[in-house]
Design a binder for this molecule. Structure first.
Ligand SMILES: [Zn+2]
Length: 65
């Protein structure tokens, strides 16, 4: 991982909030939010508009493309 990783918007429809976190923190942030705020329900998720781009980014990162 590098220091200049992109921030990723996380949307929670239940809380009506948007939070930007570094790419490497996304999974942990989502898990913690849903665990603590929503009893483990997957309410918060990565902005769907970005999810596709993100998938490409991650795929590039791990050398799939
Ligand atoms: Zn929430």
């Amino acid at each position: 991982m590098t220091d200049d990783e992109p921030d990723v918007p996380i949307l929670c429809s239940a809380c009506d909030t948007e939070t930007r976190v570094p790419l490497s923190d996304v999974a942990e942030t989502l898990e913690r939010h849903n665990e603590t705020q929503h009893d483990g329900e997957e309410c918060a998720q990565v902005d769907p508009d970005l999810a596709d781009q993100l998938a490409d980014l991650v795929a590039e990162d791990i050398g799939l493309l």
